[in-house]
Design a protein around this ligand. Structure first.
Ligand code: PRP
Ligand code: URA
Length: 209
């Protein structure tokens, strides 16, 4: 495994992932678990974030404390990344949210951009990309291209399930972007879906399958 690919072995993450994989899990429960998993992945992906010292008045005394130093941007990739954004925002309520809209063309499997309202200059110092599925890696790689063109300096990818093909593609195109996953699955099938995976993450969250 490459040094900047982090696949969680946390039992709680594995337990919740099993709920998502189960085809009987209905959209309401699916969305709830995506949100919870995003919270746990944010914990993992922010473990190395720098802090700065502040002084805080407790009811008892004045003490030194720490606060996050960087301005963080959450970048949910529409649509399926929306469910992860909810959980990530619970953990990082001061984060800015910049949506990027991409869908994967069913025939070519190439990403097609349809929404991007990033301002001219970057307003955050760290971007956390949120997308449950890293399949061919085309959508993630294209999003990093967009963010780098914008001027983003530090970018991390947070996803639920990755395929080896997608991890390899993102690593090759953007070796500086660490990848945080709840699971690394076996492979893609002939139409670009992750096996065993969980199906279509957008459809399962929004009941559109
Ligand atoms: C899914 C998923 C990723 C993309 C991954 O989105 O949420 O964005 O596919 O595939 P890739 O790694 O091969 O690019 P989809 O295009 O189905 O759009 P949706 O989120 O609107 O359902
Ligand atoms: N997008 C999904 O939602 N699921 C996959 O398995 C692959 C791409």
């Amino acid at each position: 495994m490459a040094p900047n690919v982090f696949v969680s072995s946390h039992p709680l993450i594995q337990h919740k992932l099993a709920i998502l994989r189960d085809k009987a899990t209905e959209p309401k429960k699916f969305r709830q678990v995506v949100r919870e998993l995003a919270i746990m992945l944010v914990m993992e992906a922010t473990a190395d974030m720098p802090t700065e010292e502040i002084m805080v008045e407790t009811p008892m005394a004045t003490t030194r404390a720490q606060k996050l130093r960087d301005r963080i941007g959450l970048i949910p990739i529409l649509r399926a990344g929306l469910g992860m954004m909810e959980g990530a925002l619970d953990m990082l309520p001061a984060a800015e949210v910049w949506h990027i809209g991409l869908y994967r063309d069913e025939k070519t499997l190439r990403p097609v951009e349809y929404y991007n309202k990033l301002p001219i200059a970057p307003t955050v110092s760290v971007c956390l990309m949120l997308d449950p599925m890293l399949a061919t890696g085309g959508s993630a790689s294209a999003t990093v291209d967009i963010l780098k063109k914008w001027g983003a300096k530090q970018i991390k990818f947070l996803g639920l399930i990755g395929a080896p093909e997608g991890v390899a593609r993102l690593q090759k195109d953007h070796p500086d972007v660490p990848i945080y996953l709840a699971a690394l699955d076996e492979r893609l099938n002939e139409i670009g879906y992750i096996l065993p995976g969980l199906g279509d993450a957008g459809d399962r969250q929004f009941g559109t399958g």
